[in-house]
Each structure stands twice: as C-alpha cells, then as structure tokens.
Design a protein around this ligand. Structure first.
Ligand SMILES: [Zn+2]
Ligand SMILES: [Zn+2]
Length: 312
C-alpha cells in the first residue's frame, strides 16, 4: 500500500507501508482525495505533523474488524474527520470536534487519505447517494465545513454577505451561503478564479457595508479587510485556518460592536444534500486530477489553482 508521508518541514515522500488493521475500525480503500489549504500548511511544518496528510476523500469500505460493522463493507463513503475519546464531556454531548483527546484524519495523530487505504471508526462514515460521483464526493467534507456557518450565524433572507477569498473555500462557502440569502459577493484578486465565481452566478463586485463578512482568504490581512467591510453590529466569520500572525487594528470591532466567530468542521448531512441536489456546484472548482506519484506537481498546482484531486 502506498502512502504520502510527511517526515519533517517540507519533507514528503511516497512510501510503501503496511495496510492498516485497527481494532474497532473499518479499512477504507481511498478512491479520490482533495488537497486543501490545511494540507499545504502541514507541508510547511504547521503543527509539526508527521505522517500521512489528507482529510477530504471518498472511498469504499473494504474490511471491518468488528462484526457489528459488517453492513458497511462495500459501501461508498465520505467521513467526518474528528475521532473523539467517547468518554469526555464533549464526546458525551456529541461534539467530538472539541474532544481534548481527539485525533483528526490527516491533521492530528491519525493517518490521512493521501494513501491507498485509511482506517476509521464506522461512526464517522456517511454512505453517499449515486447522485454524488467521486469527484463531487471529495467536496463533502469542505462543504460541511461551510455549512457550519449556517449553524453559527443567524442569516435572514436578504442578509448582505461578503466572502473574502476567491479560492476553493471561498467559492464553496459563497455557494452554500447563497442557499439562504441571494445577496452574496465574492472578493478576490485572481481573475481566473473570479471568472469561475461568475460562471457559478456569484457576484464579484459589491459595496460595503455588509451584514456578514466571511474571511476565507487564508492570509494575514483577511481579518483587517473584513473589519473594514462589515457594518456596525455585523458579524465576521473566520473560516480559513491561517497559521501566522496578523497586524491588526482591533478598535473598530469595539466601536462598531462587531461579532467575530471562528468556524471549523460542520455537519455532513446538509452538505450531502446540497451536493446531491446541485445547489452547490463543485465540478467547476476542480483544476486538476493527478496520480499519487505526481504529488509534487499536485501540491504545486494546489498553491496556484482551485481544487487539485488525487485519484488512487
Ligand atoms: Zn480541508
Ligand atoms: Zn472525548
């Protein structure tokens, strides 16, 4: 079995490793996996991650270790990426995303999907309908992350929304938010990505102030720009995990009584519905599909383009 393995900052290689066989978990054969900004940051040394990255994937359950999971064998699935301890207060409340003992697929203490196989508990899996083919299915996890905003921020039909960032997360988030309010504007500075936004029917020009501003730039200046664009008593959502510091003049947050919300992983069922119905279109976001052995080209392309996928 092949897996991409990070051994240190900017050190990644394709290795032969043993097939996973973890008691209580399912072995999933990976069919496709998507590269996201977090993977690029892990490659640069963020969180000192060692091991196999990749957390956006579609696969087929090939083997289970517990008899109760037998029905999963042969199912095509996407998967929630946080695995909780099952015992702490967060896990008991059903919020494994904040379990202090959690592992996270391809990000924290658990092998990821840039490999032929990975291992996960059945409780993390979601079977996919036929309406979602493999290329679409890779987007279930990031679409769920965009759906998290709908749980956190009260939208009204007619709310004026700005999404900062014309990258894969920005274009995905803008489409998800458009399902609850038509007034969504994407701000970006890459003409080829803004063209994709316009083909998706998204506005790329709009006047401040906005009721809700989502920062999906992945850049240090994103938050300051959001502060400039949001109306008094409006809401800023921080959607991209930017691992660095930003120079910031925070006083307008106080003077304008702005709410700032951090937002991470989200619910899979609404994401699967939005993708199956076509309300969120992801094929225009696929820039390239690569074999695993061409990982160097794939990561390079992911730094410039929209979504780059591995096909196993
Ligand atoms: Zn991601
Ligand atoms: Zn826990």
């Amino acid at each position: 079995l092949r897996a991409l393995v990070i051994d240190g900052p900017a050190a990644i290689a394709l290795r032969e490793i043993a097939a996973p066989n973890v008691a209580g978990e399912c072995r999933i054969g990976v069919r496709m996996a998507g590269i996201c900004g977090t993977d690029l940051q892990l490659l640069e040394g963020y969180a000192n991650f060692r091991g196999t990255p990749g957390h956006e994937f579609v696969g087929v359950v090939e083997e289970v270790t517990s008899a109760g999971d037998q029905a999963w064998v042969g199912k095509r699935v996407a998967a929630e990426i946080n695995v909780g301890c099952g015992r702490c207060d967060w896990c008991r409340a059903g919020v494994k995303e904040h379990c202090p003992h959690r592992s996270v697929v391809g990000i924290r203490g658990r092998a990821g999907a840039f490999a032929d196989f990975l291992s996960l508990p059945a409780g993390n899996l979601h079977e996919l309908p036929d309406a979602i083919d493999d290329e679409i299915a890779v987007f279930v996890e990031p679409t769920a992350a965009a759906c998290r905003i709908l749980e956190q921020v009260p939208f009204e039909h007619g709310s004026r929304v700005a999404v900062l960032g014309d990258g894969r997360m920005g274009l995905l988030t803008a489409q998800v938010l458009r399902t609850v309010t038509p007034d969504v504007t994407v701000f970006g500075r890459h003409e080829h990505k803004l063209n994709v936004a316009r083909r998706l029917g998204l506005a790329t020009h709009g006047d401040a102030p906005f009721d809700i501003v989502v920062d999906a730039t992945g850049r240090p200046e994103g938050l300051q720009r959001a502060i400039d664009l949001v109306r008094p008593r409006g809401t800023i959502v921080l959607k991209s995990t930017f691992h660095g510091e930003s120079a910031l003049a925070p006083w307008p947050i106080v003077v304008n009584e702005v709410t700032v919300v951090g937002s991470r992983c989200g619910p899979f069922l609404p994401a699967i519905e939005l993708l199956a119905s076509g309300a969120v279109q992801v094929k225009p976001l696929v820039s390239r599909v690569e074999r695993l052995e061409r990982y160097e080209d794939a990561f390079e392309a992911a730094r410039r383009d929209l979504k780059v996928l591995f096909s196993m």
